[in-house]
Ligand binder design. Structure first.
Ligand code: UTP
Length: 410
């Protein structure tokens, strides 16, 4: 444990001395707790508030990237399935569920995966995902290892829920949980918020640190021992997410690419989705708000949108490359959010408007660290039903509708 003097020096360096303002009032346990938080926080993320370090402002030269289209996939169905299913049967594929987010937009106080999307019966988001994975087990006869990333905030709830629901019929020997890292939240002037006199405001540091967190959790050995060569990473909130999809895995392996990404055709040029493209000769994702009007409207010779393929947070990465890049620094994004905090009167405030910044690394930035990435087109209405909001676009209602369309009883 660091000493009070060391803590003071660190805080001074980053202009955060106010964190110890109430230190003398705290009892011994609270003092220890506060010092241990100061010890684990990576204060260097605060440097990203400086405009020169802002990764979002430092982009290269973008160019379009085509995809393996639904038509191409149809023609190669058998080949892709055979290559992908073989990889699964031979234990070369694992999956990682990113479930460390806070789901603030949905406004559900438990982990998002515990949300019951059923209407006449219970059907939890986690259950939908496990059902989708069980289809692969049926198809290939092999269980696929599933690593679930949680955060300090939702770990116990998540693990207890899986236990309580008996892993929704999945073989629990193939499921492992690991906890992601946390980062401090700051006010608009860069001062770290406190949640109480002894608690620093910290939150999950984005989904980009999933591989380093798996390594820190000690699972690298397990992954290697099992002979895993490919990891399929996916988001918790897409209830139609097809995980460890043999066709996708087969297409990526067959193409010789270092990675792959499921993509959907944009519904309109201005759809608010990140687009898979090239940046300075390497695969990359350009966010909708980073695209110029020319990029948005640009057409190919066939009259199709040049920047056409949106990502749905379903990526396949090779273990070889993941191990090479694990020590590389990921860009840190500074995101404006609503952050509950303790004010100068010691009162706990829940703001209605964004009042500060969080620091996040993003899994999509891992794509740019790959030499190649295969965009693999899927049918939106069959594979993309995100639950981000409680109503409107990408909501509980729209996801329910899509589940019904796909014959899933709610
Ligand atoms: P989102 O970007 O939708 O964030 O996450 P969120 O925290 O779930 O929701 P909002 O923005 O607060 O409403 C995309 C995926 O990445 C995971 C989420 O659980 C989801 O599967 N994620 C996000 C993490 O695992 N850790 C994080 O720190 C952030």
């Amino acid at each position: 444990m660091i000493t009070l003097d060391t803590a003071k020096n660190v805080l001074k360096k980053y202009g955060q001395e106010h964190i110890l303002a109430y230190y003398d009032e705290l009892d011994n346990t609270e003092k220890q707790k506060l010092l241990s938080q100061i010890e684990v926080i990576d204060f260097s993320v605060l440097e990203n508030l400086n405009k020169e370090n802002n990764c979002s402002l430092k982009r290269g030269k973008f160019s379009p990237l085509g995809a393996v289209t639904i038509g191409d996939i149809e023609k190669n169905r058998e080949k892709y399935h055979s290559v992908g299913a073989d990889a699964i049967k031979n234990g070369k594929v694992a999956t990682v569920l990113l479930a460390g987010g806070q789901g603030t937009r949905l406004g559900f106080e438990k982990p998002k995966g515990m949300f019951d999307i059923g209407v006449t019966k219970e059907l939890y988001i986690f259950e939908c995902l496990i059902n989708n994975l069980l289809k692969v087990v049926d198809d290939t006869g092999a269980y696929v290892p599933l690593y679930i990333m949680t955060s300090e905030k939702n770990h116990n709830d998540t693990v207890n829920f899986f236990e309580e629901k008996n892993f929704f019929g999945y073989d629990r020997n193939y499921v492992k949980f690991f906890i992601q890292d946390m980062a401090p939240s700051v006010d608009l002037n860069g001062k770290i918020y406190m949640e109480s006199k002894s608690d620093i405001s910290i939150s999950p540091n984005g989904n980009g640190g999933w591989f380093s967190s798996i390594v820190r959790a000690g699972f690298l050995e397990d992954i290697k021992k099992r002979g895993i060569e490919w990891i399929n990473v996916f988001a918790v909130d897409n209830v139609l997410q097809q995980i460890a999809d043999p066709y996708f895995i087969g297409a990526v392996i067959d193409s010789g690419s270092q990675s792959g990404s499921k993509v959907v055709s944009k519904v309109s040029p201005n759809e608010r989705v990140g687009v898979l493209c090239m940046e300075d000769g390497k695969p990359s994702i350009v966010e909708y708000y980073e695209m110029t009007p020319e990029m948005i409207e640009l057409l190919t010779d066939d009259g199709e949108l040049a920047y056409k393929y949106g990502v749905i947070l379903n990526y396949l990465f090779s273990m070889d490359r993941l191990e090479e890049i694990v020590t590389e620094k990921m860009p840190v994004h500074v995101v404006k959010k609503k952050i509950p905090y303790m004010d100068s009167n010691g009162e706990f405030i829940t703001p209605d408007e964004p009042n500060g910044y969080k620091f996040e690394t993003l899994v999509l930035d891992m794509v740019h660290l790959q030499k190649s990435c295969l965009p693999y087109e899927v049918e939106r209405c069959k594979e993309f039903a995100p639950v981000k909001n409680s109503e409107g676009v990408d909501s509980v209602d729209s996801a329910r509708e899509l589940l019904k369309q796909n014959g899933i009883k709610l």
